[in-house]
Design a protein around this ligand. Sequence first.
Ligand code: D5M
Ligand code: FE
Ligand code: ZN
Length: 543
Amino acid sequence: MPLETPVHVANELARRGYNAEPEAVTLLASTPDPAGALDRTLETVPDDAVVLTADHVKEVVDTRSRSGGSSARTDPEPTADTPAESPDEPAGEDPPVSTGTSAPESSDDGAGAAVETGGSRSGGGGGGTTDSATGGGRTPADPAKQSVAVEGDIQSTGTGEYSDFVAVFRDRYEKLSKQLRGRVNHRPTDAIESMPGNSEAAMVGMVSDIRSTASGHWLVELEDTNGTFPCLVMKDRDIAALVQELLLDEVIAVDGTLADDGGILFVDSLYFPEIPRTYEPSTADREVEAALISDVHVGSQEFEADAWHRFTDWLHTADASAVEYLLIAGDMVEGVGVYPDQDEELDIVDIYEQYERFSEYLKEVPGDVEIIMIPGNHDAVRLAEPQPAFDEELRDIMSAHDARISGNPSTVTVEGVDVLMYHGVSLDEVIAELPDDKASYDEPHKPMYQLLKKRHVAPQFGGQTRLAPEEEDHLVMESVPDVFHSGHVHKLGYGKYHNVLTINSGCWQAQTDFQKSVNIDPDVAFAPIVSLDTLDLRIHDFE
Ligand code: D5M
Ligand code: FE
Ligand code: ZN
């Protein structure tokens, strides 16, 4: 993987289990060979270090060539991944919105989401802040018509034993191979091993290794419950492009022909578990809407309280009368000790006080709006996924609005529409691993398409994506959601993947120092609003 941008460097570090000081990231990214510098640095850091510091990098990398100690990039040409504009430019009049906010692309599947853009940036008024704009206040919802069911508040069964890791992967294999079995006439690895050379063969397996051979072909090792088997994808075949989309630990099916000696499978076709192209989503049987948001980050100095007030003011207007549900996909608060140097940007240093303040902000939401929320990586629950719901103490603090609280991920059925809510930590990894046209921060719905295709919210285990050892793999998408809602990357993006409305909802936190250092320009204070009866989308901008 090329590591030319700070984001790539940060993600590669995360993948290898390190958090990094922003300066360490920029130092590495500014070397002529970031990948090599990263490798060399990691070889020298002490085994127990989890935070990579600028000093670690400086010990290994020659930083003298940079003038005046600046950590600016030294290579002259911005690449496709590094926008030419400087991250230090003053925030302009018309803050750039991620390209994901333009009409969703239809290239992947031919079906775009119908989108209206509400609110306005011009005139400084934000989106509908007062009743006068719409000529009236909100009509309260009729509770008799509302319905929500939540699935995903997992009861952890794991004991943390090695055997639980075996169990969770076995369960992943069972569930996903079931989805692939209809596609190929597969055999277990031990049966394939005893088949004669040149036989046709198919298998379903978890990707345990991906390597390129000396001649540029791809060797993909697949593992099932019996063992592993090497599969070769020739570089000049169309399916070679699919290898670029593979992640370790995901489950796929292949078919092809065994080599003369039977020791390797030459792959003709490769299948992902997939969402059927003909999938027909369920819809509500009345005109009702849900607002989908995430990454509020109360407690951070960058939390945009004014924008939040504009949003909740708008919820009290007639324009928002149909908005009867508010879904919040994680990172309610900024938390403490999540990333190195995070405390320097905290407005509230006590985690419980952060939730108390968050609860105050929730009270601004009209009382008839049903709120459903799941935790993210900044919240005070275990990091490993699936994350359980907030504990009693935190629920108590947030009880004022009587929100429904569930785990990450959860499927929330709102008036018949299944919304898969997943905070999105795995998206960093998917973006780091896959080519830009398949997954990038600018189009954050596209890495979500990849998760749908793989039918798993966090396929690759390791790095920042931690997996809890459990008896079952709760992260498999056993059923197809009608709407897939994530956050975490702080970028707004949406589109339809095989008719599944896919939304990454941006954030309510202005750019942090870290994000500045790695050139992440967050999409702040947008509220995507889904019509549950049509699955159309309108985006309100409260910036
Ligand atoms: O993360 C918001 C986005 O920024 C997400 O893509 C991860 C990335 N991020 C933010 N801070 C860091 C640090 N310190 N290291 C690596 N990646 C980072 P969120 O977790 O929602 O704040
Ligand atoms: Fe966040
Ligand atoms: Zn997050």
